[in-house]
Design a protein around this ligand. Structure first.
Ligand SMILES: [Zn+2]
Length: 289
C-alpha cells in the first residue's frame, strides 16, 4: 500500500483503528520495535500492545501513515486491558494447580537476549516473600512476564507503592495483584505478638506494625472468638484488602491511572494446599469466575 492508500484509509473515520490497520497490513514479515517506536508507545503508556501491533504490521511506516498516534494509542489500550492480564493469570494458575506447565513459560529463559532490550510485564504482583509462593511459578509465567515485588506479609510501605508506580508508568502494565497466602508467617507472627507481646528487632517490628491494623478488629473483645485457623484466614484476607486500598488511595499517580487508563488493583489469596489462587477482592463483575 502506498502513501495515497494509507491516507485514504486514515480518512475512513473514527472507526479506522490501529487494530484494523495492523490486521490489514499484517504480512509474514516481522519487524522489531525500535527505541523510537517504544518512545511513541510509552507516550500512551501501553508499550506491550503497541510493540505487538508493530510486530503484526509488515511495515511500521505503513502503520504510521494509516493510523494517527491518538488512534494508535487508543486502540492499543483497548487491546491490552487489565482483564486480559487477569484471565492470563487465572489460566496460568489453573495449569499450575493441575501440575501442567506451558511450553512458553518453560522455554522463556532461552529468549533472555530479547528481554535485555526492555520489558513489558503482563501484571504487577505484590506478594509475600514466603518461599512457597513464587509468583512466576504459581501463575505459570516466564521470563519477563511479571513485575514482582515480594515482602513478608505483602505489606505496603512507600517503597512498595513506588515500585508499583514505576512499573505502571514505565511499562504500561495495567493489572496489579496483591497476593496473600494461607498460613502466612507474617500474619501468625502478628497475631502472636498481639496476644503475647515480645521483644523484636525494629525492622521486624516495622512489618508487624503494618499488619497489625488488619488483625486488630478480629481480636476485638466484643467480637466472637475465632478458632486459630479461621482467625488466620480472615486476617490474611483483611491484610490483602488493606494493601489493595493503600495502593488504590496512597498514590496520586495510581489513582490517575485507575481513573483514566484502566489500572486495576485486585486482591488474591494463594492456597498452600491446593495451589489455587482465589481472586476475592476488587475483581469486576464481568470477570468473576
Ligand atoms: Zn507470608
Amino acid at each position: 500500500m502506498g502513501a495515497g492508500g494509507a491516507a485514504s484509509a486514515g480518512g475512513a473515520g473514527a472507526g479506522a483503528g490501529a487494530a484494523w490497520a495492523a490486521a490489514r497490513l499484517a504480512t509474514s514479515t516481522q519487524v522489531k520495535a525500535t527505541s523510537a517506536d517504544r518512545a511513541t508507545a510509552a507516550r500512551f503508556r501501553c508499550a506491550r500492545t503497541a510493540a505487538s501491533l508493530l510486530q503484526l504490521a509488515g511495515s511500521r511506516e505503513h502503520l504510521r501513515c494509516v493510523v494517527t498516534q491518538r488512534e494508535y494509542g487508543r486502540a492499543a489500550m483497548t487491546l491490552s486491558t487489565a482483564l486480559t492480564a487477569l484471565a492470563r493469570l487465572r489460566d496460568g494458575n489453573t495449569r499450575y494447580a493441575s501440575n501442567v506447565r506451558s511450553l512458553e513459560s518453560m522455554v522463556s529463559h532461552t529468549r533472555r537476549g530479547a528481554h535485555a532490550e526492555g520489558q513489558t510485564p503482563t501484571a504487577i504482583i505484590l506478594g509475600c516473600s514466603d518461599s512457597r509462593v513464587p509468583a512466576e511459578v504459581v501463575f505459570d509465567q516466564g521470563l519477563g512476564d511479571l513485575f514482582v515485588i515480594r515482602v513478608a506479609g505483602n505489606i505496603v510501605a512507600p517503597s512498595q507503592i513506588g515500585s508499583v508506580e514505576f512499573a505502571a508508568a514505565r511499562f504500561g502494565t495495567r493489572l496489579v495483584v496483591v497476593m496473600g497466602h494461607s498460613g502466612c508467617g507474617a500474619i501468625t507472627a502478628t497475631i502472636e505478638d498481639m496476644r503475647n507481646p515480645s521483644k523484636q528487632s525494629k525492622n521486624i517490628r516495622s512489618i508487624v506494625d503494618r499488619v497489625r491494623p488488619s488483625v486488630q478488629s478480629l481480636l476485638d473483645p466484643d467480637m466472637p472468638v475465632l478458632d486459630h485457623a479461621t482467625l488466620v484466614h480472615k486476617a490474611v484476607r483483611a491484610n490483602v484488602r488493606a494493601s489493595c486500598n493503600q495502593l488504590r488511595h496512597g498514590s496520586d499517580l495510581l489513582e490517575q491511572l485507575a481513573a483514566e487508563e484502566g489500572l486495576l488493583v485486585v486482591g488474591a489469596e494463594y492456597s498452600l494446599d491446593t495451589g489455587l489462587v482465589d481472586f476475592f477482592e476488587g475483581v469486576p463483575r464481568e470477570s468473576q469466575s
